[in-house]
Design a protein. Structure first.
Length: 254
């Protein structure tokens, strides 16, 4: 059985997401109205340079010279959920910091990406995180609600999903694995309107998970803050994930 892990709480990724850089479009930038005209055709013609990782796991990547009026380097892990796969959400644990590559090697997995938001001083999640039915951390007080309005869940049968935050809070979810994050980008096959906050409207490196109509899990990573890849706004991410076939998608850390 192949293992796919969402790796949580890798400090250096989150820290870099909070800084301003002069390299790339982290300079003053006014987010335009996002128009996806031509995006489906562009994506259908993209030579993604697919590389099989294991049965049911495909790694795709492409350096876009122009998408959303910018250069972007995008990586996608396309995971067929009909295959014999194991998905887990391990934690680095209190006070532990290591890279995603180190975590993947430690757990001997095929695919690993960064998870949701974390405390840079103590190394644990700052959003709701439940593992094996046990609450590890609640969302910290004062956390932006639009950055934890969705969650990546794994049910008792091992099936992953992207869900909205219940009106009564995360404790209402029965899934044994729950990792909150956000913003929610796509839900019920439709784009979700994004709040007018700089976190959303500035271009940043981004990590995203989405579920497609044909039951694939997409793990997408957009590089950012460089002349080769400037990063995306959350509205641009929503357009991208919808046009990649997602019926539900959420942003993780980044």
């Amino acid at each position: 059985m192949k293992k796919i892990y969402l790796i949580l709480f890798i400090a250096f990724i989150h820290v870099s997401a909070c800084k301003n850089y002069d390299d790339g479009n982290q300079l003053p930038y006014v987010a335009p109205i996002v128009d996806d005209e031509g995006l489906p055709e562009l994506l259908s013609q993209t030579d993604w340079s697919p590389t099989p990782i294991a049965d049911g796991i495909l790694w795709k990547h492409y350096q876009f010279p122009s998408i959303f009026e910018s250069r972007q380097y995008i990586n996608i892990f396309d995971i067929d959920l009909s295959k014999d796969l194991s998905i887990d959400i391990p934690s680095a644990g209190q006070g532990n910091f290591f890279t995603v590559s180190q975590a993947a090697e430690l757990h001997q997995v095929d695919v690993a990406i960064n998870g949701s938001y974390f405390g840079t001083t103590y190394g644990n999640s700052t959003t709701y995180y439940k593992k094996n039915g046990t609450l590890i951390t609640p969302t910290v007080a004062g956390f932006d609600s639009f950055r934890e309005n969705s969650a990546f869940t794994i049910d008792a049968a091992g099936k992953p999903a992207v869900v909205k935050k219940p009106s009564g809070g995360w404790d209402q979810l029965d899934a044994p694995f729950v990792l909150a994050g956000g913003p929610l980008l796509v839900y019920d096959g439709k784009e979700v309107e994004q709040f007018d906050q700089s976190f959303n409207t500035l271009r940043h490196p981004r990590t995203v998970v989405g579920i497609t109509a044909d039951k694939h899990l997409l793990m997408l990573v957009v590089d950012g803050r460089s002349t080769q890849s400037q990063g995306l706004t959350t509205a641009q991410l929503a357009k991208l994930m919808l046009n990649l076939g997602c019926t539900a998608a959420m942003k993780m850390d980044g």
